[in-house]
Design a binder for this molecule. Structure first.
Ligand code: GTP
Ligand code: MG
Ligand code: ZN
Length: 303
């Protein structure tokens, strides 16, 4: 015979999982305990980390595959989080430090980091607080390291990577990386890439006041360790070597500036059974922080 008793019902605990949480990148609705957005695969940690009274700005680093995005973002975050007086970076959430750690780790062993996988759930999303000490200003920033192949796919076939489109739609500034190595021997793929990305952004939002024509854009010539002339005069270099991009910038962008950057002081090639790989012989960052600092000053109105 069974005796009557009281049994506590735990089903109310499930109620909290029914509260939908919007993804910070695409606004798609997800369950509270989702790790990745089920619509665009962006980490849901971004939505949880963002405080209600702080709206993070989104900044994109765009470039073809192999143009140096991962090396650039990794080195930039490493430099700004350690020893910059002009601007300081504080990572929000441990996962924001992974890219910096992977890049610094690889470079310290005289290697370059691995190519970024095409799957959005494997990208590193750097979420940080940026401080401008002299002006006592701070902003929150989200800056992912996207794969160049995925980016090109989205530019050539819009909507193939919804996460890229959603993210770029919310960006307030971009850094466009142009690989100067790709400009050698009369190859103009990098010039075409620059023109395509500016056209893509302008088509996305061409409003004269809020569109891309009035948002800050840094054009960064990467791997400039291979060309002193580029460091000496990035504008002259752009005019001569990327004439299509230079013209588009002059005609369509009101807040655009050219920069030269490099991470490696000198490189060599290592030949193994897997192929021929470039290895950095010494790390000598040049022009890494300048394009980013200029963007932040543009965003905060501090210069
Ligand atoms: N000489 C020189 N080579 C560099 C420099 N930075 C990157 N590289 C070379 O460019 C390659 C690609 O760099 P990544 O940062 O992985 O390029 P990525 O744009 O992230 O490429 P995806 O992940 O495919 O989109 C490296 O493996 C190096 O061979 C640099 O400052 N100088
Ligand atoms: Mg990469
Ligand atoms: Zn999403």
């Amino acid at each position: 015979m069974s005796r009557p008793g009281l049994l506590a019902m735990d089903s109310y605990q499930l109620a909290k999982y029914a509260t939908p949480v919007p993804c910070y990148i695409c606004d798609g609705v997800n369950a509270t305990n989702a790790e990745l957005c089920r619509h665009c695969q962006a980490p849901m940690a971004l939505a949880h980390q963002v405080q209600q009274n702080v709206t993070p700005q989104m900044v994109a680093v765009l470039g073809t595959t192999g143009s140096g995005k991962t090396v650039y973002i990794g080195m930039l975050t490493d430099m700004l989080s350690r020893y910059s007086n002009e601007l300081q970076l504080l990572a929000r959430g441990a996962f924001s430090i992974s890219l910096q750690q992977a890049t610094a780790g690889a470079l310290s062993q005289c290697e370059f980091p691995l190519k970024t996988p095409n799957e959005p759930d494997r990208w590193n999303w750097v979420h940080s607080r940026v401080l401008v000490p002299k002006k006592n200003q701070k902003i929150e920033l989200i800056m992912p390291d996207v794969a160049g192949e995925a980016l090109m796919e989205e530019i050539e076939h819009p909507h193939s990577y919804p996460v890229i489109r959603a993210f770029l739609g919310k960006c307030t500034a971009v850094l466009i990386l142009i690989d100067i190595e790709g400009l050698d021997e009369g190859c103009d793929d990098q010039d075409y890439f620059g023109m395509k990305i500016i056209t893509y952004l302008n088509e996305m939002n061409s409003d004269p006041k809020t569109g891309w024509g009035s948002r800050p854009i840094s054009i960064v010539f990467t791997k400039s360790d291979q060309c002193d002339a580029c460091f000496e005069d990035p504008v002259g270099f752009a005019r001569q070597r990327t004439p299509g991009l230079f013209k588009q910038c002059g005609e369509r962008l009101r807040r655009c500036r050219f920069f030269a950057s490099s991470v490696a002081g000198a490189c060599a090639f290592e030949v193994s059974r897997e192929g021929r790989f470039r290895v950095p012989l010494r790390i000598e960052p040049r022009g890494i922080t300048e394009p980013f600092i200029w963007l932040i000053h543009q965003l905060t109105g501090t210069k």
